[in-house]
Write a protein that binds this ligand. Structure first.
Ligand code: SAH
Ligand code: SF4
Length: 372
């Protein structure tokens, strides 16, 4: 399931591991800090730009590491609120990283809040019936370096649009691990990547502004609760009873609600943080008022926030989003029950399209090209 590139990406190294490697090869330990600064503060694209390093060290780095594990293919803008970066990996797989600009009242586009959505796998093994990412199963895990490099690509993109006020700042506000793939199914790589993004010598991005979304791998939720890295957690619930949930999420057979919900409760108690329950509203699948009542009770018990997301249609899949009246009725039941709830509006349509759809389209176009 892992792809072994000719050289590992340098973005997968921590300060500690890079220091150890340098010393092992007879280079001074303090060089590691300098290299990290070139990668994460200056975001250079070539080894030659690392001008304060000796020539032999640069040669060793070039021999040992891949500096650009993802290649920029294109950006696709939609409705002015999202930019999708399509990136190509060394094995030609495609992944996408999404930049979501939430306009703020009274400020211009450039000052809007930016949320970045990253991918963690090529495809996904979880096979949720409504999701484009899972349609063709899992192709492979991303390495920590490939995960981290998505953010470097975003920083470069954003730096060219909005020059940073301070050269070392990162020009986005939130990071959500909600792109293609199930992050907890690639556990070690995602933890390593987030550690690098959070580190002072890395991007220095605050963990409180990072949300990881999972379809509910219970043992991994338990592990995550004990990690030193205090990221926020979102659960893709999408069904308030086993009956409804297992129709659309095969993972519910292995980890049904009676196992999942106590793990979520434990997480939120250990961390002292509100967890978010994501609930896609799909017409006649999970949008009944009975589901709303059950969801209200679950959320109330967990002190969780509920994010209702009108389903975003996927080419080739039969599902539809319920009418606006239906969506609002559903939300109202939660609201009246004292649950903190948000319902994404039409603007959010593009925002929620993060999950694998662009990649799928491009893969199809590529197939069409090669098969004539
Ligand atoms: N695998 C993880 C994270 C990636 S999916 C997870 O499932 O949580 C990110 C979110 O997008 C999930 O809540 C997922 O259920 C949702 N999603 C997938 N397909 C969607 C669609 N067609 N419309 C709206 N949301 C969708
Ligand atoms: Fe995978 Fe998440 Fe899509 Fe389910 S919703 S198939 S877990 S990416």
């Amino acid at each position: 399931m892992e792809f072994t590139p000719a050289k590992p990406a340098i973005y997968g190294e921590t300060l500690e591991s890079l220091t150890a490697l340098l010393q092992e090869h007879g280079h001074p330990a303090f060089r590691a800090q300098q290299i990290m600064a070139w990668l994460y503060k200056k975001r250079v694209k070539t080894w030659e730009e690392m001008t304060n390093l000796s020539r032999p060290l640069r040669a060793w780095l070039a021999e040992t590491f891949e500096l650009e594990p993802t290649g920029f293919v294109l950006t696709k803008q939609s409705e002015d609120v999202t930019d999708k970066l399509l990136l190509e990996l060394a094995d030609k797989s495609l992944i996408e990283t999404v930049i979501i600009r939430a306009p703020q009242l009274g400020v211009g586009q450039e000052n809007s809040r930016k949320t970045i959505c990253i991918s963690t796998q090529v495809g996904c093994a979880m096979g949720c019936k409504f999701c484009a990412s899972g349609l063709e199963g899992l192709k492979r895990n991303l390495s920590a370096g490939e995960i981290v490099h998505q953010l470097i690509q975003v920083c470069r993109q954003e730096d060219s649009r909005t020059p940073r006020a301070h050269a070392e700042l990162v020009s986005f506000d939130n990071l959500v691990v909600m792109g293609m793939g199930e992050p907890l199914h690639n556990y070690d790589a995602i933890i390593r990547a987030l550690t690098i993004l959070n580190a002072e010598w890395g991007l220095g991005f605050g963990v409180r502004r990072i949300t990881l979304s999972t379809s509910g791998l219970v043992p991994k939720i338990k592990l995550l609760a004990d990690e030193p890295l205090g990221v926020r957690l979102a659960i893709s619930l999408h069904g308030a009873t086993n009956e409804v949930r297992e129709q659309i999420m095969p993972i519910n057979k292995a980890w049904p609600l009676e196992k999942l919900l106590p793990a979520v409760k434990e997480f939120s108690e250990k961390r002292g943080r509100m967890v978010t329950l994501e609930f896609i509203l799909i017409e006649e699948i999970n949008d009944s008022l009975d589901q709303a009542e059950k969801l209200r009770d679950i959320a109330y018990d967990l002190h969780a926030h509920v994010n209702l997301i009108p389903y975003n249609t996927v080419e080739g899949l039969p599902w539809k989003r319920p009418s606006l009246t239906r969506q609002e009725k559903f939300a109202r039941i939660l609201f009246d029950g004292g649950v903190s709830v948000t319902l994404r509006r039409e603007k959010g349509h593009a925002i929620d399209a993060a999950c694998g759809q662009l990649r799928l389209k491009t893969e199809k176009q590529r197939e069409a090209l090669t098969t004539g």
